[in-house]
Design a protein around this ligand. Structure first.
Ligand code: AMP
Ligand code: TRP
Length: 332
């Protein structure tokens, strides 16, 4: 069985973008792959997190993943900071990756903005830690949203350079699994920006714990254009907001853009938006309820994470030990 690895940062409440681009795609992979899913708390502190809030959000993220259908009997679910192999391998990879490679990362440029002198060094080396996350398990398939494409290419470059420099075939090639009609969910306020946990405007996103009223209101106010929906795909060109809402609908209804347009072409947003809001509530409310139920017994969630960390370490430790041997670290 191929091994899957993916991660999500506990830097806020998961958004509809996280859900459609990543979390929901992780669930069916459990039937066909050996799956390892990680709440990447080390990645979260590349940008400031209040300590008490980080701890709460980390447990809530784990509960959301369980609520979405990650099954700890079939998959490993754990916290990145609890498995030391990640940072050990990350250091080796920092010495393999080239500065020029990191300078090309568009997510760093987006997150740092004009502030490049004053962001953390961790934000800059963030994709190196991500490469270590995956390769510490020799995972070959990584289900992520479209925004992570460039980071996966970097991870492959690092694996290749390590293999080349140390004259080995130790690390495998990684393949991204970028799935479904909503691999890039955009902000509800601006069709050119991705939906994000860290956007200052709560109106820009649907959070997985939003109430039915919040969802209906956010969709009602979502930016659109005055034209009715087109009947054909080409009609979405130059209409990013319309494309985004159609993509969300398609993902939730388990179909694609074209069939949503076949059903809704010619109709206006006044009709489409309430149908979309209803679909969102129907799909998201059970997840929020289950997450709340799980959080009422945080001892259970913590135990899942503790056992997950033990199982993860049992896989990663020998792999990273071998990488250390290849580098030439003396084992006494
Ligand atoms: P993050 O919230 O940055 O930790 O992202 C966790 C996962 O969600 C990654 O696989 C991302 O690619 C995915 N993701 C985040 N935002 C979006 C979005 N707006 N649309 C689709 N996928 C997303
Ligand atoms: N960088 C990813 C994001 O922000 C999260 C992440 C960290 C990840 N490590 C990973 C995703 C390993 C896949 C595999 O979305």
């Amino acid at each position: 069985m191929q091994r899957i690895f993916s991660g999500i940062q506990p830097s806020g409440v998961p958004t509809l973008g996280n859900y459609l681009g990543a979390m929901r795609n992780w669930v069916p992979l459990q039937d066909t792959h050996d799956c390892i899913y990680c709440v990447v708390d080390l990645h979260a502190i590349t940008q400031w997190q209040e300590p008490a809030q980080l701890a709460t959000q980390t447990r809530e993220m784990a509960a959301s993943l369980l609520a979405c259908g990650i099954d700890p009997r079939r998959s490993i679910l754990f916290l990145q900071s609890q498995v030391a192999a990640h940072v050990r391998l990350a250091w080796i990879f920092e010495c393999v990756a080239r500065l020029g490679w990191l300078n090309r990362m568009t997510q760093f440029k987006d997150k740092a903005g004009r502030n490049t002198e004053n962001v953390s060094a961790g934000l800059y080396t963030y994709p190196v830690l991500m490469a270590a996350d995956i390769l510490a398990y020799k995972a070959t398939r990584v289900p992520v949203g479209d925004d992570q494409r460039q980071h996966l290419e970097l991870a492959n470059d690092i694996a290749q350079k390590f293999n080349h420099d140390y004259g080995t075939e130790f690390f495998p090639a990684i393949e991204g699994l970028i799935m479904g009609p909503a691999a890039r969910v955009m902000s509800l306020r601006d069709g050119s920006k991705k939906m994000s946990k860290s956007d200052p405007s709560d109106q820009s996103r649907i959070n997985l714990n939003d109430s039915a009223d919040d969802i209906a209101q956010k969709i009602r106010r979502a930016k659109t254009d005055p034209e009715p929906l087109p009947s054909e795909l080409q009609g979405l060109e130059g209409r990013p907001e319309a494309r985004n809402l159609v993509g969300i609908y398609a993902a939730l209804a388990d179909t694609d853009h074209a069939s949503v347009l076949r059903e809704w072409g010619g109709q206006g947003f006044a009709a489409f938006k309430p149908a979309l809001a209803d679909l969102l509530v129907a799909k998201l409310e059970p997840i929020a309820m289950e997450a709340r139920r799980l959080l009422a017994d945080s001892a259970y969630v913590d135990q899942v994470l503790r056992e997950g960390a033990e199982r993860a370490a049992a896989i990663a430790d020998p792999i990273v030990a071998e990488a250390m041997r290849l580098v030439g670290f003396l084992k006494t």
